[in-house]
Design a binder for this molecule. Structure first.
Ligand SMILES: [Mn+2]
Length: 296
């Protein structure tokens, strides 16, 4: 399976090969089940398009993180059917994480892609837990006739028995509430966890050592990430979210990340800029954890 380079690179055009890269960005412009605002299929390309506007020198981490090598893979696209897409993406992710050492960062697309992203990590890493950052619980068995719905993004992982720690949650349907009562699901409602220091402690206590992070941009407050299909008031502010993400990356072994549900609005660029900055900062935290730069 040959992984082609994207015609547009995240942040900067460089000639790093996937073999040498420390990070691989994988755009997944999948959109089949969005229930309200459409446009997540344009999320990855607009985030990548905005990314060269982000300063390469990271003002928090005080380094040019990109120098570690970031490879941008070609879009992983939907061809014919949901069933085929999810079976293909699992094989693709399986191949990437078992053939290359680059840390994978997936950009969605709608949140259902996470259903295909997590299983290969569960095969590869023992006792994988999931940090789920979202306004919505996404634990419905199916929604509007599809079990691959964005509203069911975490359902398969939950029934697989993986520990799932949900933060930012402020929208739970009555027919998915029973899922939040499973022993392996910890739903930390936003309104009950406004003290970030305490929240960080709970999150660290609940997660296992190996962690996959799935970040729906609607977990942020709409003032931070306004362009998303199903927004909810009262989400995470920028620095609080970074505080939680950096803590998890520092204390655990984070093995993969996805950032989903950016739904670009023409002429209104806040969300794709902020998502690009978020992805670069997360790459920075992982680089720091792995001591890719000597000054850390
Ligand atoms: Mn959501």
């Amino acid at each position: 399976m040959k992984i082609q380079q994207n015609k547009n690179n995240f942040l900067i055009d460089n000639n790093v090969s996937l073999e040498k890269a420390k990070f691989v960005i994988i755009p997944v412009p999948y959109e089949q089940t969005t229930s309200y605002g459409k446009g997540t299929k344009n999320g990855p390309s607009e985030i990548i398009k905005a990314s060269p506007q982000i300063e390469l020198w990271d003002e928090e981490l005080k380094c040019d993180t990109y120098k570690v090598g970031i490879f941008t893979a070609d879009d992983f696209i939907y061809v014919s059917s949901e069933k085929e897409f999810f079976s293909n993406i699992e094989k693709y992710v399986d191949h990437i994480i078992n053939s290359y050492s680059a840390f994978p960062v997936f950009i969605g697309g709608e949140h259902s892609i996470t259903q295909g992203l997590i299983p290969p990590f569960q095969k590869r890493y023992k006792n994988l837990s999931v940090l789920h950052f979202d306004a919505h619980a996404d634990l419905r068995k199916e929604y509007e006739g599809s079990k691959h719905s964005h509203a069911s993004a975490l359902y398969p992982a939950a029934v697989s028995g993986a520990k799932i720690v949900q933060i930012g949650i402020r929208s739970v349907a009555s027919d998915e509430r029973y899922m939040t009562e499973r022993p392996n699901v910890k739903t930390l409602l936003m309104n009950e966890n406004l003290d970030i220091k305490k929240l960080k402690r709970k999150v660290i206590d609940e997660l296992s050592e190996n962690v996959y992070m799935t970040i729906d941009v609607d977990g942020f407050d709409p003032s931070v990430m306004p362009a998303t299909g199903t927004p909810q008031p009262g989400g995470f502010m920028w620095y609080d979210a970074l505080d939680v993400f950096s803590e998890v990356i520092c204390k655990k072994n984070v093995v993969g990340i996805d950032v989903v549900e950016t739904s670009p609005v023409k002429g209104f660029h806040i969300t794709e800029f902020n998502a690009a900055k978020l992805i670069y900062r997360l790459i920075g935290y992982i680089s720091k954890k792995r001591k890719y730069f000597s000054h850390w």
